[in-house]
Design a protein around this ligand. Structure first.
Ligand code: ADP
Length: 173
């Protein structure tokens, strides 16, 4: 996976500060806001965001819906609903891969040239961080291989979280 490391940047940041074409939120099925990164995104975007989200009819686990970004410095928000980790026997891994895959499909369809992902499901939803990093990078690499030309950013909230991604980027080929 080494050869993709210039197309996939791992950063430590509050995702609400990133001036990219789209940020990917770790939302819940209601799309009406929650804690963690979802709460931070809604707070920074302002109340218009939840109004738009309320028109979308929720979203299934593994899927994504896109909205405007209102007061955020990015252009769009892709709301991805990650799986809750129940131990790994409930399709969690493929549902998480689906989140990354569907977000990239939206980026491609909408010609988004930069996309920053939060570490979907790895907070309150309890997905093991090492597994999540591997799934994220494998899924994103497949899109680069298939021709996505934009910049992909993995936005970690702490320095400690970056090591899961560097581990995969430096050990896989
Ligand atoms: P989930 O419910 O999908 O697990 P969380 O919001 O609890 O979602 O956590 C997802 C990830 O987002 C975690 O790695 C958490 O540290 C991170 N996070 C929380 N706030 C922010 C933020 N403002 N910017 C970027 N990442 C954040």
């Amino acid at each position: 996976m080494e050869k993709y490391s210039d197309k996939i940047k791992v950063v430590v940041a509050d995702i609400t500060t990133l001036k990219v074409d789209a940020i990917v939120n770790a939302a819940n099925r209601s799309l009406l806001g929650g804690g963690g990164v979802d709460g931070a995104i809604h707070r920074a975007a302002g109340p218009e965001l939840v109004k738009e989200c309320a028109t979308l009819g929720g979203c299934q686990t593994g899927h994504c819906k896109m909205t405007d970004a209102y007061k955020l410095p990015c252009k769009k928000v892709i709301h991805a609903v990650g799986p809750v980790w129940y131990g790994g026997q409930q399709g969690e891994e493929s549902l998480l891969a689906s989140c990354y895959d569907n977000a990239m499909k939206l980026a491609e369809e909408n010609h988004l040239e930069s996309i920053a992902f939060s570490c979907i499901s790895t907070g309150v939803y309890g997905f093991p961080k090492d597994k999540a990093a591997r799934i994220a990078l494998q899924t994103l690499s497949a899109h680069i291989r298939d021709g996505y030309q934009g910049q992909i950013i993995i936005c970690c909230f702490s320095e400690a979280d970056t090591r899961y991604y560097y581990q995969v980027l430096t050990t896989d080929n």
